[in-house]
Design a binder for this molecule. Structure first.
Ligand code: ATP
Length: 307
């Protein structure tokens, strides 16, 4: 038995029309982590999740969930994962309580082991237990989907773009619950477009683009890869052209007196940038720096993978 929560090996998918959505992707999701799966639109994230959930058939390669092969050991693999889909799909005529009971029935959870009310409390929907699902707001429906994915107490929970259309407060509530589940031992996989979200939540991040894995590493390391920093400097006189220096990677004129200078933090620091400007005879009026974040890394990595 592997110690990975999910093990994906050379996984490929070509759709009927010939579109190669996954071109041989391999990675492990370590147990106990919150793992981010990132990529731009059309990268292949949903295809990968749908293969894990059994909704899409893989073309080749293997995938294991909690040590169970999704093909050979389909039942155990399915029992080991809960998936919160991207689309909100409910039967509008069932109440949240009934929705969870039916789902538990589908997974063969015996009545005495069901915990529908407990799950509804956890996602702050206990007061809506007997309301029609169609009367719930978008955020409430999304939380109900999370509860629904947990009825059979799977060790792995996958959330596919869970915060699309969810407001900031509900997003925080959702993350608080996801963290709580993770502290309780649930491995969480999250797909998102929001790098900030991934940076805040995930222990590890994999990025896919055009069906290929671009990177897979601890979030901290990924952030450290952002070698570029930018400093915005306002000087004491109008500039006709941006002052050039071989030390700068890029320089752009933001307004007559403000320039944004991008530099590599291995070569230079903000003091060096200012010294170079002063050497040009410019007086410094104002300075602000920006920490490189995952957005930069993401753009750099996907750019180099495209080029
Ligand atoms: N059923 C399908 N038939 C044919 N092509 C498909 C099908 N589903 C997805 N694709 C294509 O496969 C590629 C990967 O799509 P996928 O939905 O996996 O990407 P994604 O990373 O989840 O994107 P998004 O973030 O927009 O959901 C896209 O080019 C998409 O158009």
């Amino acid at each position: 038995m592997t110690d990975a929560a999910i093990r994906i090996l050379d996984l490929a998918k070509t759709y009927a029309g010939g579109k190669q959505a996954l071109k041989g992707v391999s990675f492990d999701v370590p147990r106990g982590q919150i793992f981010g799966l990132l990529g731009p639109n059309g990268a292949g994230k949903s295809t990968l999740i749908n293969i894990l959930s059994g909704m899409v058939n893989k073309t080749s390669g293997t995938a294991e969930i909690w040590g169970f092969d999704i093909g050979r050991d389909h039942r155990n693999a399915k029992a080991s994962i809960g998936i919160v889909p991207q689309e909100i799909v409910f039967d509008p005529f069932f109440t949240p309580f009934e929705t969870l009971e039916i789902q538990a029935g589908l997974y063969g959870v015996p009545k005495e082991k069901r915990r529908s009310m407990e799950l509804l409390r956890a996602v702050h929907l206990d007061d809506k237990a007997n309301a029609y699902a169609r009367s719930l707001s978008g955020g409430m429906k999304r939380r109900l989907l999370v509860a629904k994915a947990m009825v059979h107490s799977p060790p792995v929970l996958v959330l596919d773009e869970p915060t699309a259309g969810v407001d900031v407060e509900l997003r925080q509530q959702l993350w608080a619950y996801v963290r709580e589940l993770n502290r309780g031992g649930v491995t969480v996989v999250l797909t998102t477009h929001y790098l900030e979200e991934a940076e805040e939540l995930c222990d590890r991040i994999a990025i896919i683009n055009h069906g290929q894995l671009i990177t897979n590493q601890p979030t901290r390391e990924l952030v450290n890869m952002a070698r570029e920093k930018a400093v915005e400097v306002t000087v004491d006189r109008d500039l006709k052209a941006p002052p050039a220096s071989p030390l700068f990677d890029r320089i752009e004129l933001k307004s007559e007196r403000t320039v944004v200078i991008t530099y590599c933090k291995d070569k230079l620091n903000a003091g060096g940038v200012l010294a170079a400007l002063q050497a040009e005879g410019l007086g410094i009026v104002d300075v602000s720096t920006r920490e490189a974040d995952l957005e930069d890394v993401f753009l750099n990595l996907t750019r180099s993978a495209n080029g």
